[in-house]
Design a protein around this ligand. Sequence first.
Ligand code: GDP
Ligand code: MG
Length: 171
Amino acid sequence: NPCQSGPLRVAVLGAGEVGKSALTVRYLTKRFIGEYRSDTDMLYKCVLQVDGTPQPVEIMDTSASCDESSDAHLQWAEAFVVVYSVTDKESYRWAASTIEELTNRRSSACVLMLGNKSDLGHLREVEEVEARSLALTHAARFSEVSTAESCTPVAEVLDNFLKEVKSQRNG
Ligand code: GDP
Ligand code: MG
C-alpha cells in the first residue's frame, strides 16, 4: 500500500461553527484566533513530531458549506476528527451520523470525537456521558475540549491521536 509511507491524512469534520478551524489552527500554531473564513476547505501540510519522530501530516479543515466534497473527504483521509459543540445539540446529531457513516464505510479508520466549547458550560446542550458512550459504541476515541482556553489539553489529545494513527498504520 503506497499510502503507508506517505503523509498521515486527517480530515476534520463537523457542522458549521463548532470550532473546526479554531481547533486546527490552535493545534498547529498554539494560538487561538477568534475568527476564520468558513467558506472553503483548508489543507495544512506540515511535519509534526509523532511519537518522537518527524512525520509528514496533512490536515484537512473542512467547510460545511462544501457539502458535495464530504464524500471525497471520506475517501481521502485515513483518520477523522469529528467535532461538535457541547452547546449545540444539532451539531452533536451531525457528528453522530457522521461517525455512523464512518463505521459503515471506513471501518478500519481511526476516529476521534471531540466535544468542543466545554468552556461554555452555562450553554451546554450535550451531556459528556452520552457522547462518550456513543463514541465507545463505535470504537472511536472521545474527549471534551475547549479550543478557546489555553489550559485544556487540545495538543495532547491530538498528539495522542496521531500517535495511535501512526501505530495502527505500522502495525
Ligand atoms: P468552524 O465553522 O467549525 O470551522 O468553526 P470556527 O473555528 O470558525 O469557530 C466558530 C466560532 O466558535 C468562532 O467564533 C470561534 O471563535 C468560536 N470558538 C471555537 N472554539 C471555541 C471554544 O472552544 N470556546 C468558545 N467559547 N468559542 C469557540
Ligand atoms: Mg471553519
